[in-house]
Ligand binder design. Sequence first.
Ligand code: ADP
Length: 638
Amino acid sequence: LGSSVEVEGAEIDEDPDEDDLLGGLKIDTTAELEIPDRLVDQVIGQEHARDVIIKAAKQRRHVMMIGSPGTGKSMLAKAMSELLPKEELQDVLVYHNPDDGNKPKVRTVPAGKGDQIVDAHREEARKRNQMRSLLMWIIIAVVLGYALIIVGQILVGIIAAGVVYLVFRYLNRGSDAMIPNLLVNNGDTKTAPFRDATGAHAGALLGDVRHDPFQSGGMETPSHDRVEAGAIHKANKGVLFIDEINTLDIRSQQHLMTAIQEGEFSITGQSERSSGAMVQTEPVPTDFVMIAAGNLDAMENMHPALRSRIKGYGYEVYMEDTIEDTPEMRRKYVRFIAQEVAKDGRLPEFTAEAVEEVILEAKRRSGRKGHLTLLFRNLGGLVRVAGDIARGEDADLTTRDHVLQAKGRSRSIEQQLADDFIERRKDYELQVSDGYVVGRVNGLAVMGEDSGIMLPVMAEVAPSQGPGEVIATGQLKEMAQESVSNVSAIIKKFSDENISEMDIHIQFVQAGQQGVDGDSASITVATAVISALEDVGVDQSLAMTGSLSVRGDVLPVGGVTHKIEAAAKAGCTRVIIPQANEQDVMIEDEYEDMIEVIPVSHISEVLDIALEGEAEKDSLVSRLKSITGSALKEGGVS
Ligand code: ADP
């Protein structure tokens, strides 16, 4: 169970070097790799979810998958349909009910038989029609002949022939009604059905009966012919996949539950005032395995009974976002690129160097030391853009250069926004990246998931009328106040006598951005405030990020790589990061020469680097060390 297929088709060095991004694979291009036949073997990472799917396929259990988009939920659901037995597949036919035209009858037959039955009925109807029209033409000939020769009245003959024609048309009317409607056809199906009902409206999910504009008078389409199957019926004996399950309206969730419980569900018209709503078929089988998916809050908005149904009769799995970076994993990522190239069918194969660049990106995107990202849809996007660029150049292979170009093009919206923002701020000279300024520090924040932005913090200290206050302005007020309260212990101790009579104003300059997350600004705020209190300038060619403990330790933060790149883009030449984040740094080569990364573990080091003027600085730093020194001795970085 769950043993994953290794990479095949290429020679492997069993004990590869740590910086061998291909994990010991000896290949020139991705063309040399074999791709596993079964979809379930193509799934990379998600070991737990994979095991569950294989188990659930054997036992025909429902599964709930929770996790980020693009981690392989629908891929696994599809893989499950390949694992279900094909022998049990059925065709479903709907017949006219002579006793009640609004209650069509339903029959199930083994897969492939449905087509034959419909063909047989068609053939019979065709023969019957042939016989009838032969008879009709004979009678018309006799009538015409009689009128012409015996009576000598041509007009009477034509009228009589017309009457005969209409009588036959009327008699023929019902003959098509005898042909059944092949509702579900599994005749050509190679595996058990897989139906993706994500975002389906009620009719597409539960089946529908079309409206008939001619409801009487011999012109109407018989009701059984207007019946349409829903995803729940087409998924019979297979897999029904519904992503974003919480967005399904409650009524549909209830009906879905009924279908799961009963294993069958009648089809009726979904729009209430149409003629279809009068029609209701006999129950149609809905014996499917459901895979419901969504992100974490999907579970909260899901119908509780439906959730407990899955819980009680199936499995729940959580999809991982990152995976540990090992040589074996790297080899699988190489195979991932080969898979995506094969799936697309038009992309040139990747060279080994191009593959390395993609794997480097997978490391970077994980945002975690020693991990690779499992957000494969996005990574696949990068592969496709790179391949498209290569194809546009008529290149035989996709090279490292194509991947580098693709990285620039496949920037996320947040990244594009951040870049745009930086450009605009440069125009207005809001960005300062040289000289010394009192009370102003270049902070860094992450926007969205994958882009950094430089966010200057300004502090001003003024004598207070009443008791001293910390006043934060700008749109990131809450965040500022939180940062301040985190560092206030240090600041208070630092300037013991006069702070109680001072108002400290803190402003996040131009933070007019939504979705800027900045819990990591506390060393920035502390530095700005100390600079303002002591009237010592701060180096503006420096940017910084880091969280601060009440004892002065600089604690790790998220998104350092993106933040460093943002600082470089904004023109800074040095950047301070927490020591504990040192291994998370995976900046691209182009930035490496632009900016010096300085890891620190204590706020005194930050001041030492950031502040201007040797003498004042030294006294400040030693003062800080003395008030937080005990913390330093107790233990380093947390
Ligand atoms: P989800 O349903 O979780 O949003 P999908 O299954 O639709 O994600 O993934 C989109 C595409 O990304 C897949 O078709 C596949 O090419 C690739 N992919 C996603 N997850 C994986 C994975 N774990 N292993 C290999 N490829 C993956």
